[in-house]
Ligand binder design. Structure first.
Ligand code: PMV
Length: 313
């Protein structure tokens, strides 16, 4: 039986992408830049089957999810061929709670499909298809630090300093209350802060590339946090207001501010969900873990910089 398995990592944006200039081709208004994580990922297997099936985390998916996947796979094969495969995906990360499982999910599906259906697309072409499913997935094809610029190019960015540690603190494992696709549209159309978000993010992006190149970790941390703060301020000003930050998320922010004032390298990052990521380094991360544990935040992932999407079998 023919069978292909791909693994694709989660990436966390340090400079956040939010908003599509072109909804159909998923072209962003602003440049973004992310870190690829080493131990949070999706594995997807495509295998021969009598009928189409999509199994996510051991659960057979219904019509709506199956149709979504089928539509995506049409970039790789005919409907006839698609109807003869089964897709089995496992997220080694919480699904749809702001831990970027859709990014790793679409990148893994695109990578597996490219191999299974022998389309032989380049990473660049694959990342362009993948972003039609989830914008941020376009950055999961490369390892290390990855740019997705507003001219729609994807590339790896050199980082002099490599000992970053990302702690993802799980505040809530539930599915997010509003999808990022929906929330983005509302923000672009109604937030008076959106033009500022775009122009500032594009500036942060340029400065971030330089800071990475120079290994200026203080500036890297500061820009990371600024991008997150601006993203959430911009969303909150939308109508209706979009609020992904929960009380517990705020508690973690305060703890991290305090830790930083005591000299520990630690900066906040948050996406379309209540979970909080802390950018820290090898030197300080255990102290940050101690602070989290002391405050009863005992559910977290510790990640480092990882590799991009690959075929594993
Ligand atoms: O990948 P999407 O379309 O769900 O967008 C997610 C965007 C953020 O995660 C909030 C930021 C980013 O750049 O990853």
């Amino acid at each position: 039986m023919r069978k292909v398995t791909a693994r694709a990592p989660v990436n966390i944006a340090l400079i956040k992408y939010w908003g599509k200039k072109d909804e159909i081709n998923v072209i962003p208004y602003n440049s973004s830049l992310s870190i690829t994580l080493d131990n949070l990922y999706t594995e997807t297997t495509i295998s021969e089957s009598e009928e189409f099936k999509f199994i996510l985390n051991d659960v057979n998916q219904g019509l709506e999810e199956c149709n979504k996947v089928k539509t995506f796979l049409k970039h790789f094969a005919s409907l006839d061929a698609i109807n003869k495969v089964s897709i089995t995906s496992v997220n080694f990360v919480e699904t749809a709670a702001g831990l970027a499982s859709s990014a790793s999910g679409y990148a893994a599906l695109a990578t597996a499909a490219n191999s299974y259906f022998n389309t032989n697309l380049s990473i660049n072409e694959l990342s362009k298809i993948s972003r039609l499913g989830s914008g941020s997935s376009t950055r999961s094809f490369h390892g290390g630090m990855v740019a997705w610029d507003r001219n729609n190019e994807i590339y790896q960015v050199e980082s002099k300093f490599k000992e970053f540690v990302m702690i993802s603190v799980i505040v809530d494992q539930e599915k997010k209350y509003i999808s990022s696709r929906e929330a983005m549209k509302i923000t672009v159309n109604t937030s008076p802060l959106y033009p500022t978000f775009v122009s500032e993010s594009n500036k942060y992006f340029e400065v971030m590339k330089e800071a990475l190149y120079n290994g200026d970790i203080k500036l890297i941390g500061e820009l990371t946090e600024k991008s997150t703060v601006l993203l959430h301020e911009t969303m909150e000003k939308a109508n209706p207001s979009i609020k992904y930050i929960q009380d517990e998320s705020r508690v973690i922010w305060d703890m991290i501010y305090k830790a930083r004032s005591k000299g520990l390298y630690s900066y906040i990052s948050m996406d379309a969900g209540p979970n909080v990521k802390v950018l820290t380094n090898e030197k300080d991360y255990l102290k940050i873990i101690n602070i989290l544990e002391d405050n009863n935040f005992k559910y977290y992932h510790i990640s480092r910089m990882g590799e991009g999407a690959i075929i594993i079998g």
